[in-house]
Design a protein. Structure first.
Length: 183
């Protein structure tokens, strides 16, 4: 398959997994990566354009770039996840609660601030905020961030960085503290 054929195969929702396009994308990693990154960058600029059940390109781009461990996907992905209201849910659905913490850790570029902005952003979708809290656990478990740095950040959240209100981010934070690896 050519790159345009791969992109065409990954873009629409068809009700079927585009196995041939995904396999071709993996086989042509170097050629397809700039196109996948461009899709995420476009999604970061205009998330509403991708927030349709008919649009799948950003989903496949996210998973493929995570598989490739391409940290250039980190910033546009966090920007898409920061889209206000429930746009992130329309973009990623169950991926938010089931996989996004692992995906973010796979494309992490060494700067925790984009994930911190997701945690602390009061206009960020509730479950994105919770998944962002959990991302720090994955980063600790994979050795990308020292445990103490995460402990300090969580402590700051408890001590005033988060507004005290009933919210999913507090549920995630309480669970994450319990799941921190023992020193």
């Amino acid at each position: 398959m050519t790159v345009p054929e791969i992109m065409a195969g990954l873009t629409p929702y068809t009700g079927h997994f585009p196995l041939a396009a995904v396999e071709a994308a993996i086989a042509q990693r170097e050629e397809i990566t700039p196109h996948l990154l461009r899709a995420l960058e476009e999604g970061a600029k205009e998330p509403e354009k991708f927030a349709s059940k008919e649009m799948m390109l950003h989903i496949f781009a996210t998973y493929l770039l995570a598989q490739f461990r391409d940290n250039r996907a980190y910033r546009p992905l966090t920007e898409m996840l920061a889209a206000p209201g429930d746009t992130a849910d329309k973009l990623f659905g169950d991926t938010i609660t089931e996989r996004i913490k692992n995906i973010l850790a796979s494309v992490y570029d060494g700067d925790p601030q984009p994930v911190q902005r997701l945690v602390e952003g009061e206009d960020v979708y509730d479950y994105v905020r919770g998944a962002a809290v959990e991302t720090f656990l994955v980063l600790t478990h994979t050795g990308q961030i020292p445990r103490q740095e995460v402990v300090d950040y969580y402590r700051d959240l408890f001590r005033g960085k988060l507004r005290r209100e009933y919210h999913q981010v507090w549920n995630a934070l309480a669970c994450a503290v319990a799941d921190l690896p023992a020193p």
